[in-house]
Design a protein around this ligand. Structure first.
Ligand SMILES: Cc1cc2nc3c(=O)[nH]c(=O)nc-3n(C[C@H](O)[C@H](O)[C@H](O)COP(=O)(O)O)c2cc1C
Length: 175
């Protein structure tokens, strides 16, 4: 019996995309850091893509672990309207070496979306076969953005700058 599950869901992000943001959205970096830490522990793998205000995430792992994670993700206030687009038992993982691969927006994905007949990335109504093609492409795209350790560093710097900003504001309002 196959106990591995591959589940793909799409959802709508609820956070504002920061203008002039660097390589990766700060909130996305937070999600990835947490996902990589937890998923390694729970033997879950997958890929995360964020475009046009939508999350597109593939989760792979033991059925019980994937469903347990899904329940947590459903409750996350950073997104809404989560819809499962694909859910099947599989023999092998696509993302065997990734606790959570980050797939950046780029020409390859855009070209595929257009070749499938869609004008933009609005995955809510994508057909199952198209979801499969997208996940398949994700296995071939490099995650050359941030490694686990640089994500942690990024997060640390982010917190640092916000703390500095808040301290300055407090000082200013006290004078
Ligand atoms: C789009 C999206 C994808 C997420 N993916 C994962 C994931 O793969 N693994 C994970 O542990 N948490 C993920 N999270 C975060 C969870 O919703 C939740 O905040 C987290 O699992 C809580 O972890 P904790 O129990 O260690 O505090 C995701 C959140 C969002 C919004």
């Amino acid at each position: 019996m196959r106990k591995l599950l591959r589940l793909v869901y799409v959802s709508h992000a609820l956070f504002e995309v920061a203008p002039d943001s660097p390589d990766i959205e700060p909130e996305l970096a937070n999600i990835l850091t947490k996902a990589r830490k937890n998923n390694q522990r729970d033997n879950i793998g997958g890929a995360l893509f964020f475009a046009n205000g939508y999350f597109f995430q593939c989760l792979e792992g033991k059925e019980a672990a994937v469903y347990a994670l899904l329940e947590k993700i459903k409750l996350d206030p950073r997104h809404k309207d989560l819809k499962i687009s694909y859910c099947k038992r599989v023999r092998q993982r696509h993302f065997k070496f990734w606790s959570m691969k980050y797939v950046p927006v780029g020409d390859e994905v855009n070209q595929l979306i257009h070749s499938l007949g869609y004008e933009e990335f609005n995955p809510v109504n994508f057909a199952e076969s198209d979801i499969n093609s997208i996940v398949d492409l994700f296995t071939r795209i490099d995650d050359n953005t941030l490694s686990d350790s640089s994500l942690r560093e990024y997060h640390r710097l982010n917190v640092f700058w916000w703390q500095r900003f808040a301290t300055r504001l407090l000082r200013r309002s006290a004078t």
